[in-house]
Design a protein around this ligand. Sequence first.
Ligand code: PEP
Ligand code: MG
Length: 739
Amino acid sequence: MAVQSPARRLLSRLRVMMASDATSLSDIVALVAGEMVAEVCSVYALRAGEILELRATRGLNPNSVGRTRLRVGEGIVGLVAATGQPLNLADAQNHPAFAYRPETGEEPYASMLAVPVRRGGRTLGVLTVQNRASRHYTDDEAEVLETVAMLLANSLVSDGTDTREGFAGSLPRQFDASLLSSGIVFGAVLLAGADMAPKRLLAEDSAAELARLQHALGAMRQGLDSLIETQLPAGDAPRDILDATRQVAADDGWLRRVAEAIRGGLSAEAAVHRIAQDFRARMRKIVDPYLRERLADLEDLAARLIAALDGSDSNPVDATGAILLVRRLGPAQLLEWHRRGIAGVVIEEGSAGGHAAIVARALGLPAVGGARGVIDAAESGDEAVLDADEGTLILRPDPSVREAYERALAARAMRSAAWHALRDAPSVTRDGTPFSLMINAGLGLELDQLAITGARGIGLFRTEIAMMARGSIPDVAEQAAIYSRVMDVAGDRPVLFRTLDLGSDKLLPDSPRAEEENPAMGWRSLRVGLDRPAILRRQLRALLLAAGGRKLSVMFPMVATISEFRQARGLLFAEAARIRPAPEKLSIGTMLEVPSLLWQLPELMAEANFVSIGSNDLTQFLFAADRGTPALAERYDFLSVPMLRLLVSVIEAASATGVSLSLCGEAASRPLDAAVLLAIGIDTLSMSASSLLGVKEGLSALDLKAFKSYLQTLRRTAATYTSLREPIGAWARDHGLNV
Ligand code: PEP
Ligand code: MG
C-alpha cells in the first residue's frame, strides 16, 4: 500500500471528521495542530461590524475564545482578512502589524502562518498555525493550510453549521442596486459560473481525479480549437484573442498547481476551484488591463472546467424559483436561465439600458444591476428578497423583513388588479387628448400581453430576440411561421417588425464574438444586413410570406445615413416584387437611434412611412455614454434640455410631412417621461408590456393642457440646467399624479 503523504493523511482524517455532525471547530483545530506539528492552531471568524473573533484554538489560552477580537486590518489576522492574502512569518511579533493580546498567551510563539478562510471572493475568517521555533513554513505546509481553510469555508458555511460556529455567513445584508426590471421576489440565491462552489471536495483516489482532469481539459481544449479552426478566418483579431485563451488553457503553471492540489487529496473540481480562488484574489490588485484580462481568461476556463467536471454543463442546475446572481450576463444567457426557471436576477455589472435588462423586462423577470459586492457576500442557497422596484437585494433577511415584504406584495397585487380595470378604458388624458400605447415584444410568450394590457399594437417587434432564444437564425419557412403567428395574434392591431438587430451585446450563443473595441458602435445591426445581404433578404422574404396579403410594416434599425435606408428599402422592394400575394399595404420605416440622422430629417421624412425613436441607443450615442455601464446610468437624463430640443425638432420635421412618429425606447416605460413626450407631441409610445398599464394610469390622470403650459415655461427658463426630472416630478406630485 502506498504511504500517505502528511497532507493526504490530514485531508482524509478531516473528511471523516467533517462527515460527522458532532464535529466542532475545536476538534478541527486540534487535528490540524497535531498533523502539522504546530503548537497552536486557531480559527478567527468574521462577525458583524468587520470584527474577527477567536472562535476556536488549540494552544492559545482557551478562555480567550469568544473574547479575543480584532478589527479587520488590525493585527496579523486582521491584515490577512483585509488583504485576502496569506502571511508566512518567522518572527510574527516583530511584524509591524502585530497586535498584542495578553489574554491569549501567545508570547512564546515566534513563527506564524495565517491564511484567509475564503468563499467565493469573500473572506469569512482566518486560520492560523503558530510555532515556538522561528522559521518560515514550507510551501507545502502553506498549501495544506490553505486547503484546510477552503474545506472549512465550504463545509461549515454550506451545511448551515455556521450559525453554530458563528461565521458571518448567516447575517442579513442589504445591497443597493439599480432597477433593471420591476418586481419583488423571494427565493434562494444561485451563484453561477466560477463563483459556484464544487459539490465534491475531497477524493480518495488522486490518480482517478488526475485522469478526470485530463479528460475535462482535453474536451475543453478541443472545444476551443474547433471554435478557432471552424469559425474564424486566419489572421483575424478574434482569432488572436482565442489563440491567447488557448495558450492560457495549455499553460503548465496553473495546471501544475491544480495537479498538486489533487495529489493533496482534493477532488479535481475542488482543486480547480481552489486555484481559481487564488487567481481571483490576485486579480483584485492588478490594474494592468492586459494582465487582468489574462487572469479573467483563466477564471473563465476554470468555470468551464468545473462545469465539465461536475457535470453541470451537460446537466444544467435546476434553477426553479432561484434568484440568479451573476457578474455579467448577455441577453441570450438570460433567456437560457429563464428557461431553467429563475424567478429574478441580480447582475453585478448590469445597467438598465443593457439588452439583458430589456430581455428581463420583456420576460417580466425582476432584475437589478450594479449591486457591488453582492456576489462575494452571498452563498448559493442563501434566502434573499429581491426588491427591484426599490433597487435592493436583502440577503438572509430577518423574518420580520420577510413578513413586511409579504404584506407589500399583497398590496401590490391589489394595485395591479386596479390597473387591469384600466385595460379597457379609453386612452385619453383627463382633458380629453387621445394617446396610443403599444408594447415592445420579441418572444411568442409575450404576445398574450396584447390582450392582457389592451395595447394598441406592437410598436417594436425585436426579431432578433426569438433567434437568440433558439440560438440560431432559422430558415425562411421557420421565420415566416414565427412572424405569421405574431400577425395572427395581433389581428387588426399594427405590428412594426424590426429587422435583425444583432451584434453589440445581442449575440447568438454560438456566433464567434467579434472582438471590437466598441461593439455598440461596431459592425452590428443593419450594417451587417447590408454587408451580408443574404441574411437580411431571407428575413424580408419571410416577413412578406408571413404577411400573405395582409398589411406589413418593416422597420430598419441603426440607420445612420439616408443612403443606408434607401439600400435596405431597395432589398425589401426586390423581395416584394417576387412574392405573391403582395401585402395589402407595405409600410417602410426606420428607427431613429443614430444622431447623424438628425441632420437628414427632410430626406428621411420624405421617404419613410414611419419613424420610431429608439431612445436607448439615441441617448447612448447622443451623450456618448454606454447604455450598459452602471456608473453612467444616472449621469445623463432623457428628460433634459438637449434631448427635448432634439425631440422637438424631430416632431416638427415629422409633422411637416405627416410621417407617423412614435417612440419605442425604454423612456416610454416611465410615466413621467411618457407624460413629457405626450406634452411635446409624441402621442404613440411603445414600451415593455409590464409598464403599459402604469403609464396608462399616469397619462389618463394628466391634465395635459396645464402640464403643457408648465412645461413650456420650464423649458423657457431652464436652459441653464440639464435635467428637468426634479421640477417635472414635483409638478406631477403636486397635481396628484402617481408617476
Ligand atoms: C432603442 O435603441 O431604443 C431600441 C428600442 O432598440 P434596442 O433597445 O433593441 O437597441
Ligand atoms: Mg436600439
